[in-house]
Design a protein around this ligand. Structure first.
Ligand SMILES: *Cc1c(COP(=O)(O)O)cnc(C)c1O
Length: 457
């Protein structure tokens, strides 16, 4: 097929949309390490998780073997309202960069929640409803997950209680209001509404909060209120499973034009968009059918992959959740107030952690100002105002395209553009006013948090 025939946007018909989620664990030779009970250090049994999570989601969480999960019709129907998301050929960016590289991006920002998080929110709300629950609790950092979950809960008629990291609650009043439009209650975290919140406030007065604190509060509320369960927007295996819809659509679209990517790039906070985007490609790589370079991009201020350790750690600051083996900075790591709120988590998906440890993917970290420079370059030529999180992937996609320019290689680059930046204009304002700093934690600081990792074996 000649170059000109590839359209700016590759569409999928409704009939071409993925009918199942792909579980990459089925093809992993080394499975991700199991969640451990923090008391006994034994693998968590489904019944121990049942007070915290919805039953079917627990089954998905622990299932390392089933390759394909048919997407329930109710979820497919909701997906049809805002999916497929566009796969765009960045012709204009290529022209600007004068690169021989071919650049594609998968844009997940075209729904009201503004990010890919809705793909898993609707699935999790569906299973909660199916189980006959009253509602769900969760935490949100930058606000995208809380917004997505509020939308999903209102669609299925579930109550939704969101604990929002305090710094975001104050910096992003508009996100908070969107959640309230969809009927959610939103509490800044740490708060005095929970025991763990009161404890954290007493230990760190004036703290602006962290995802880890907010998770502890949301879990406490779920386990102490009958008919409620806790849901999480990233990190967990089930979330990567739901997000595989991103990768499935991307692969179906590329296959239509016989396009094989050389490099796949995504930003990584807890790893869900990247895990979802790469899943079917990683599956081919694991089965020895194809090879791809896969790059995770994280902020230099919160470098879980590039400077963390692969160890069992708590998923939350309050140490109420199971232990997960992951690349981590330590569960009490509170990053500098980086403006990519969705990338501020101390740990990383256990699936991606294992793949990274096995050398099947790479990771790089990038400083904040360079990310915003790339974001603006992209916005001015491709039109879309990107989320700061997504812009980490833009930055590295541009770097790779420039490398192709030096070597003359015509590589095909695909990156995940996870969301819109409409609610991040305070961050863009700081960038324009030269008030953005590129704080990077020192080795001494990181060692201090690492020293507090739980001792497992
Ligand atoms: C939450 C979020 C991320 C990071 O989360 P992952 O689980 O790593 O995907 C990235 N981009 C946007 C827009 C987000 O909302």
């Amino acid at each position: 097929m000649s170059e000109q025939k590839i359209p700016y946007k590759i569409y999928l018909e409704e009939s071409e949309m993925p009918k199942y989620w792909y579980n990459v664990r089925a093809d992993m030779k080394t499975k991700p390490a199991p969640l451990l009970n923090p008391g006994t250090l034994e693998p968590m049994k489904p019944e121990e998780l049942a007070g915290v999570f919805c039953d079917e989601l627990i089954q998905q969480e622990l299932d390392n073997d089933t390759r394909e999960y048919p997407i329930p019709q109710e979820i497919l129907d909701f997906y049809k309202m805002y999916r497929p998301s566009p796969l765009v050929r960045a012709y204009c960016l290529e022209e600007l960069l004068q690169t021989p590289a071919k650049i594609y991006y998968k844009y997940e920002g075209n729904n009201t929640s503004g990010s890919h998080k809705l793909n898993s929110a609707i699935a999790q709300a569906y299973y909660a409803k199916k189980q006959g629950l009253k509602g769900v609790t969760t935490e949100t950092g930058a606000g995208q997950w809380g917004t997505a979950l509020s939308m999903a809960c209102s669609y299925f008629g579930l109550d939704c209680k969101v604990y929002m990291v305090k710094v975001s609650y104050e910096q992003k009043p508009f996100r908070r209001e969107v959640m309230r439009v969809y009927g959610a209650s939103v509490t800044p975290s740490p708060s005095d509404t929970t025991e763990v919140g009161r404890k954290i406030l007493a230990a760190h007065p004036g703290t602006t909060g962290s995802l880890g604190c907010a998770i502890s509060e949301a879990v406490e509320v779920a386990v102490s209120n009958p008919g409620y369960r806790y849901v999480l927007g990233s990190v967990l295996n089930q979330v990567l499973l739901h997000q595989s819809v991103i990768g499935m659509e991307t692969k179906i679209a590329l296959d239509k034009y016989h396009i094989k990517p050389d490099i796949i790039i995504g930003c990584a906070g807890g790893g869900s968009n990247l895990g979802g985007l790469i899943s079917p490609f990683m599956g081919e790589k694991l089965r020895g059918e194809a090879d791809y370079r896969i790059i995770a991009v994280e902020p230099a201020s919160c470098p879980s992959f590039t400077r963390g350790v692969y160890a069992y750690d708590f998923c939350d600051t309050g140490m109420v959740c199971p232990l997960a083996k992951m690349y981590t900075l330590g569960s009490d790591f509170i990053p500098a107030p980086n403006h990519a709120g969705g990338l501020r988590y101390h740990g990383m998906s256990p699936i991606l952690s294992q793949l990274y440890d096995d050398g099947l993917m790479e990771a790089v970290s990038v400083p904040q100002t360079a990310v915003f420079e790339a974001a603006e370059k992209f916005a001015r030529i491709e039109g879309i105002l990107p989320a700061p999180e997504s812009s980490h992937a833009i930055k590295v996609a541009i770097d790779e395209a420039m490398r192709c320019k030096e070597t003359g290689e015509e590589k095909t680059i695909v990156f995940g553009l996870t969301g819109t930046g409409y609610f991040d204009l305070v961050a863009y304002e700081k960038f324009h006013n030269g008030q953005m700093d590129d704080y990077v934690p020192t080795d001494e600081e990181l060692a201090k948090f690492r020293a507090n990792l739980p001792k497992v074996r």
